[in-house]
Design a protein around this ligand. Sequence first.
Ligand SMILES: [Zn+2]
Ligand SMILES: [Zn+2]
Length: 420
Amino acid sequence: MRYRRPKGTADILPDDAPRWRHVESTFRDICARFGYGEIRTPIFEDTDLFIRSVGEETDIVSKEMYTFDDKGGRSQTLRAEGTAPAVRAFIENQMQGQDTERLVRLFYLAPIFRYDRPQAGRYRQHHQAGMEALGSMDPAVDAEVIDLALSFYRALGIEGTRLLVNSVGCPACAPPYVDTLKDAIRDRVDELCGDCQRRFDTNPLRVLDCKKEACREITAGAPILLDELCEECADHFAGFRASLDALGISYEIDPRIVRGLDYYTKTAFELRHDALGAQDSIGGGGRYDGLVKQCGGKDIPGVGLGMGIERILLVREALSIEDAGHEREGVFVVTLGDAAWTPGYRLLHELRAAGLHTDIDFRRRSMRAQLRAADKEGFAQAVILGEDELASDVATVRDMESGEQTEIALGQLAEHLLEK
Ligand SMILES: [Zn+2]
Ligand SMILES: [Zn+2]
């Protein structure tokens, strides 16, 4: 084999595609129900957009982006995450209008590119379903995006999703806390894993969400940000919890949920499912009140959530959730002998033009082989055109389920088949 797909990517074949379409169309339906409108942004953006929003010292920007110079010498980057492009488009297209407190709700289904170590359900090109709600500080909106996500999972048959919540504060209360955290673990920096030793200087909050046991033990007794929030952030977090309670959404508070991106403020959360084992995250997000302004827009707050479609498909597989079986539908045109080919081929065209799923055997095999193919492909009916039939101006219509056959006059054939 000469060519192989790039490492960490997947081919979605026709047998897999219906599962993807089901997840995507369910997401679109739920988003419509919640008043979110679809946005499609380019697959690449100016590199600077990701650097400025996600943060220079984050894993995404420092290690994982697919960045290239185009022929004009501009540095471009394949979509490394979903929020920055949506925010860029929101600003550029002046979606806010005159009313800066108007709630603008967006959703997207898009591939995300990250040069990551490939692991279960994690690809270098993976796909995300995401939402962004811009224009409101109200923590009820934070709970709304979570409600949307949980409704989406439930519609896909996924129960048992766990919600973990935290607050990562704001520019007033997070930096002093980071100093407190560094002081608390400074003596044991040498014992942290290599990544965390680097993070201690560049992105200390991330030391909290390291999965390594040694690192977790070192940070276990450290002060937590929830205890050091400023009054505004503490009130917001209380309001967020009250909104979740109002919707009957249960959650766990987890001070280790810090998300990896610089733009998060206040609310941070993660959705997990135990069916996935160690890589149990199926979604996450949070609030980003400074991001729009930082990207050159007005001072407009926002909150968003992203969910990995590959992970969702893995959960459904682990839980043995099957989509409803497909009903038999459509008509397979069986032609026997040379004389029957052209009338059959024309019928194929007419039935397709009339909107019916129709196929024919271009190999013109035996009747048995053609009927077997029709059965395997799930056709509801077969129409058999042979020399005997053509001689008496009829066709045999076979019900593929019962095997019952009826003769129909050729003149009424299309009408008869379309009726069913
Ligand atoms: Zn604060
Ligand atoms: Zn670590």
